[in-house]
Design a protein around this ligand. Structure first.
Ligand SMILES: NC(=O)c1ccc[n+]([C@@H]2O[C@H](COP(=O)([O-])OP(=O)(O)OC[C@H]3O[C@@H](n4cnc5c(N)ncnc54)[C@H](OP(=O)(O)O)[C@@H]3O)[C@@H](O)[C@H]2O)c1
Length: 229
């Protein structure tokens, strides 16, 4: 598989699909991974069709597909988009496939949904990201982003993002590079919220935005912070 700027571990769900399209439309080389290569290919065929219908074939950076291991080893930024309950096992399964210089981006959120309720299930390490940091080799810089962005908003590619995403990580260089990448997506502003100690707060804000969406009977609520130039 040719090298890509972004690779999604199991990017076949709504969150991975939406992020993949937004970045591809911004001209970024993206790979969508899956545990099954055929499933990744079917997803990518669909996403490329949707994205081309939006901007025309000429302007599109076509998304490529692959089995997760190949996507991890071939990507600069590796984004994890599996349900949180499978995140730890997934990271264990691919942790040796990261190439030198790549950056891990955690998109997962440890949430529990009840009837009319959503709660963060706080792991003993203090946040979902801290738990995963403990599994990933220290040599791979760990960042988090996109946790509070609803998939519905990401997948609605005809509408501008028009919001902020909170970005954290202890490796300043990796975090700055990720923020540069995010700035390529029109009207999506990355906000640096500090190191991995911010993860618990950001994960809590994801539960909050889901609550807001439910109460307002919307799927499009997201955060935009006022007061910064
Ligand atoms: N949906 C949202 O609005 C949203 C917003 C913010 C953050 N997030 C976070 O983003 C992540 C992905 O959300 P999603 O809604 O896209 O998830 P999802 O559709 O439930 O799952 C995404 C992919 O994970 C893989 N997967 C499913 N079960 C698995 C298992 N048992 N073991 C390993 N992999 C498995 C599947 O890919 P393959 O079968 O192709 O491998 C699946 O397509 C979650 O952690 C969620 O908390 C979601």
């Amino acid at each position: 598989m040719a090298e890509t700027e972004i690779g999604f571990i199991s990017g076949t769900g709504p969150q991975g699909r939406g992020l993949a399209m937004r970045f591809a439309l911004a001209g970024v080389r993206v790979a969508v991974g899956s545990r099954q290569a055929e499933r990744a290919q079917a997803t990518v065929d669909e996403l490329n069709g949707l994205a081309a219908a939006q901007v025309g074939q000429g302007n599109l950076q076509p998304i490529v597909a692959g089995e997760n291991h190949a996507v991890v080893s071939g990507s600069r930024f590796v984004m994890l988009t599996v349900p949180f309950e499978h995140a730890a096992d997934t990271v264990r399964g691919y942790k040796d496939s990261f190439r030198e210089g790549s950056v891990f981006v955690d998109v997962t959120v440890p949430l529990q949904f009840g009837k009319g309720d959503v709660q963060v299930v706080v792991p003993s390490q203090g946040s979902g990201s801290r738990q995963l940091r403990g599994i990933l080799p220290e040599s791979v810089p760990f960042t988090g982003a996109f946790k509070t962005l609803p998939a519905h908003v990401l997948e609605d590619i005809a509408s501008p993002m028009d919001c902020d995403t909170f970005v954290f990580g202890d490796n300043r260089e990796a975090k700055q590079q990720l923020m540069e990448l995010i700035r390529r997506v029109p009207s999506l502003r990355p906000l640096d919220v500090g190191g991995i100690s911010a993860a618990a707060t950001v994960e809590g804000m994801t539960a909050l935005v889901i609550r807001i969406n439910r109460k307002q009977k919307s799927q499009a609520a997201r955060f935009r912070v006022a007061g910064i130039p």
